[in-house]
Design a protein around this ligand. Sequence first.
Ligand code: PLP
Length: 398
Amino acid sequence: MSLELSKKALAVKPSSTLAITAKAKEMRAAGINVVGFGAGEPDFDTPENVCEAAIQAIHDGFTKYTPASGILELKKAVSDKFAAFNHIHYDTDQIVISNGGKHSLTNICTALLNPGDEVIIPAPYWLSYPEMVKLADGVPVFIRGNKEQGYKVSARQIQDAITPKTKALILNTPSNPTGMIYTREELLDIADTVVKNDIYVIADEMYEYLVYGGQEHVSIASLNEEIYRRTITCSGLAKGYAMTGWRIGYTGSSREIAKIMGSVQSHATSNPNSIAQKAAVEAMTGPQHTVTAMLKEFDKRRKYMCERIRQMPLISALEPKGAFYVFADLTDALDKTYGGEKIGTAARFAQILLDEFQVAVVPCADFGFDDHIRLSYAISLEQIQLGLDRIESFLKKL
Ligand code: PLP
């Protein structure tokens, strides 16, 4: 066949995080003891009360179509959570429940962007943002948060990147891949710039529950009325409640944007899974101790990992404040040789580590930083220990 396929779809890069995880899984299936630092999901089970609520929904026959943008009961739970946790007021008609955070972000891009609209994406970024923007005919514009800035960008950098075509800024806090969080003061400065230039903020707060050491998660939309009107706040159940497979995400936005996203969703996917919506209601309104327990365990692993890395040669990392990733700087290691060959890139480093030391990590070229790797601590402490031992012995050979 010579019929041409969609240029836009053909230009999409497959997700490299999923590729590494798949390769590690393949090696494991072949009996190789691989330590996988690639995980983008909590290693905990979905809380029992949440599973019970889903089973109850099935027994109650809650298995039909629901309203496309989600059931009122869940919108009410999301609205209450926005008020109590994020200090933002969104009525239920400002909320759209979707099939996961990814779906919400896709909905936002579809609702906001016209061909050629620019979207500012601070690097390092979660690798799906540029692809989502391009799929919605937008143009990603990258600015860089260097290590000295805690991998965050300043209001000044955002200002400098703004052109007449700028439509939105994507702001991810806590960040995947860096684990950094923006402080209230930093967000106030960014909010001023956004308001002054009259652009939108796409606030991705998927990891908002996972913040350590008494730090505060601040939602930019909570800062004042002007920034509230220009922000679409996005979150979901996946990371905080160990519900990655259930696929429930949500947004809070102006009524106008919520209405557009609701209609787009009504044609693209219809409602999110009815049973998962009931489970999400229980997760958000039921006992929260499993979230706290998970956070405590992640924190223990985070501290262990940072301490170990601090003692290793040729690798360094800032202490992450949130999410479940350590973003490690390999600049010093990349000049070294292994087997007579210069390592050169994080991708090559990751390849050697997987092939010869049976450790899977995520090289971060697709996150905008080709001299860094991402290590997830959503695996057991024993596995972390074993994996770090192996990384250390690799580094000591360089
Ligand atoms: N945003 C960030 C920064 C993420 O890391 C992820 C998942 O890895 C998502 C959004 C999407 O989450 P989900 O679609 O699983 O709800």
